[in-house]
Design a protein around this ligand. Structure first.
Ligand code: G4P
Length: 308
């Protein structure tokens, strides 16, 4: 699945982050707790250097609590980094954001003289606007499914001791990581109209069959869970009455049923990726990059030979 991420927009955002970096004490990176890697921007760590980083695992109300704990431990072990898990929709643990920012700056010389300043960053749809609105207590930022919307930089006083800068522009996830594309699409963070929904459903079912087989069996009343994703989709189609004339299964409708169930939390609290999978993910991404570079090289050589 190839997704166009508009690198031009991203360069602009990166420049604004660089310009704003000097004005803030902490970078507050918002991630979707169900897909912390897929919903991250790979340039952030390099961009912010030694600046303290607060990782906010948002949408915790939808994530698998056991795996969230694994992610919390993973981030706790990174330098200059502290994680918190929150739900900006249910307002669960939101106060921990300012507490953790304060903790990250507690040894700074200025800590008793002025407020702590944080900058919120994150890819579209992780819940930045919802968090800012919840923290500021006012409806300041438009919320919704609108990747591509750019907002002006604004500063918000959360308390007398804590100030946040709103997201400067748009950051995209890792371009080269195919799994990230599938995961973001499965959870509805990329517009459905440009996607191969059947492929996305199959990739996600592959994960669910291995991690959460009982949820699928329960939700769709299966006697036995098939091993192959497309067989699961067929069975969902039959169970949900998605039939065309002459009894042919309407797979598109089955796919829509399944993705809606997943996004609405009807399959329970689910997390699609774990820290233990990171190394393999990196290896796959690297392999893909090498393949792409080799293909490009061969193409250029062919072109040169043709001219010569
Ligand atoms: P962004 O600024 O990072 O682009 O994200 P935004 O706040 O617009 O949130 C994207 C979607 O995620 C919104 O849903 C929002 O309600 C939902 N969301 C944000 N935080 C949480 C959370 O902690 N838990 C849950 N369950 N959902 C969250 P939407 O369907 O696009 O809009 P709507 O539901 O508000 O109508």
């Amino acid at each position: 699945m190839q997704i166009q991420w508009f690198p031009g927009h991203m360069n602009k955002s990166i420049n604004i982050i660089k310009e704003t970096l000097g004005k803030v004490d902490v970078i507050i990176e918002i991630l979707d707790a169900r897909i912390p890697v897929s919903s991250s921007n790979p340039m952030i760590p390099e961009l912010i250097g030694n600046k303290p980083r607060l990782i906010v695992l948002n949408k915790n109300d939808l994530a698998d609590p056991e795996i969230t704990e694994k992610w919390m431990n993973y981030y706790k072990n990174l330098d200059h980094t502290m994680p918190v898990k929150v739900s900006s929709k249910t307002l669960e643990n939101l106060e921990n954001i300012s507490v953790a920012c304060n903790e990250l700056c507690k040894d700074s010389k200025w800590i008793n003289r002025r407020e702590v300043r944080g900058m919120i960053v994150g890819i579209p749809n992780v819940g930045k606007s919802t968090i800012i609105n919840a923290l500021s207590g006012k409806k300041k930022v438009a919320v919704g499914n609108k990747p591509g919307l750019t907002r002006d930089l604004q500063r918000i006083n959360v308390t007398e001791k804590f100030q946040i800068y709103d997201t400067p522009g748009i950051l995209w996830p890792k371009f080269e990581d195919k799994v990230a594309g599938y995961n973001l699409a499965a959870l509805g963070s990329i517009k459905d109209t440009i996607l191969d929904l059947n492929g996305i459903a199959c990739k996600t079912l592959e994960i669910l069959i291995s991690k959460y087989p009982e949820r699928l069996t329960e939700r769709y009343n299966f006697d036995e869970l098939p091993e192959e994703p497309h067989e699961v989709l067929n069975l969902i189609g039959i169970k949900r009455g998605c039939l065309q004339s002459r009894g042919i299964i309407d797979i598109d409708r089955a796919v829509n049923f399944f993705l809606k169930d997943l996004r609405d939390g009807k399959l329970g609290l689910i997390t699609l990726e774990e820290p233990s999978e990171l190394l393999e993910r990196e290896r796959q991404t690297l392999e893909e990059r090498e393949k792409r570079e080799l293909k490009l090289k061969l193409k250029q050589e062919k072109k040169r030979n043709k001219k010569g």
